[in-house]
Ligand binder design. Structure first.
Ligand code: SD4
Length: 301
């Protein structure tokens, strides 16, 4: 693949998402197609009970999905609180390409998806339902920082949002973000992932950013937009992510002590950086190079 072509994704399962995206990118495909392909891989994988990543439902036992997709030319689409559709990112892309709108939610999003030929299928696994029943015993909403999850692999209370950013041979950027949101969220709660500028932002002139963690903090700070704007002002992707984290802390110092917030950014030159509020955030990168091209990278914290 030509120099600079690459894809980066949040968390360890980003390796798998990148591999799916690379099939598109490495063959000369567009960043947009690559980002969608990577997100679709994660959406299917998130329901694989053997890796324990089936989406957790909200506190009413409903699995409600959020996703967004954005092209570097400013086109974007999103769905929020979408139920029973396996590939929200592709519905988001259809919103972008086939409607005059940017975002559809809930029933309307599902109605649109079905009209577009997406199949309705129940997504809540027995494992997730069981975890929800157990959660009901305490009903405490207490999102854990990822580090703790790593130490307790059975803990399903955490976040597994896939944010993916791609740069293609034509120098175009695109990104996608897809999630079942925070486990045990209130019914109707929408996180940052489908909010353009919060969980994802892409601008071909500058770069792209995506976020994972407790979405309320990203929305409060228009965080992915902030990261891109900081890069526009000359910061490297790492500096931009770090400064955005500092902004999150300044706004809510007390809450920041026990919430996780993670940013991943890439500029138009293909430089990549990541920074998180707390330790444990990793991202995966695939650039087709000789080196450790699908390696996991620890972010700063
Ligand atoms: C949300 N940001 O809904 C998502 C959750 C997440 O990794 O990132 N999980 O708030």
């Amino acid at each position: 693949a030509p120099d600079g072509v690459r894809v980066v994704s949040t968390w360890d399962f980003g390796v798998g998402a990148n591999a799916a995206a690379w099939q598109v990118l490495g063959a000369g495909g567009s960043a947009l197609d690559a980002a969608e392909a990577g997100a679709r891989w994660a959406e299917a994988d998130l329901c694989n009970p053997t890796v324990g990543r089936c989406g957790n439902p909200d506190r009413d036992g409903v699995l409600a999905l959020d996703a967004s997709i954005m092209d570097g030319d400013g086109r974007c689409g999103a769905v929020a609180a979408l139920e029973d559709i396996l590939h929200p990112v592709s519905v988001a892309r259809a919103v972008m390409e086939k409607t005059p709108h940017v975002m559809l939610v809930g029933q309307g999003a599902q109605q649109f998806a079905v009209a577009q030929g997406f199949e309705k299928t129940p997504l809540l696994t027995d494992e997730a339902r069981q975890a929800w029943r157990e959660w009901l015993e305490t009903s405490e909403y207490d999102p854990r920082i990822n580090v703790e999850r790593r130490q307790r692999p059975g803990d399903r209370s955490n976040h597994d949002t896939l944010g993916i950013l791609a740069l293609d041979a034509a120098g175009r950027l695109a990104g996608a973000c897809t999630t079942s949101g925070m486990a045990w969220k209130m019914h109707g709660r929408v996180g940052d992932s489908p909010i353009v500028g919060a969980g994802l932002y892409v601008d071909n002139e500058v770069g792209a950013a995506t976020a994972s963690g407790v979405g309320e903090e990203m929305i409060r700070n228009a965080a992915s937009f902030l990261v891109v704007e900081l890069m526009r002002q000359g910061r490297s992707p790492l500096q931009a992510c770090r400064e955005a984290i500092e902004r999150v802390v300044r706004k809510r110092p007390e809450a920041s002590r026990h919430l996780q917030v993670c940013f991943l950014a890439m500029n138009k030159a293909g430089e990549v950086g990541a920074f998180a509020l707390h330790e444990g955030f990793v991202y995966a990168m695939q650039d087709g190079g000789e080196g450790p091209h699908d390696a996991l990278h620890e972010s700063g914290a």
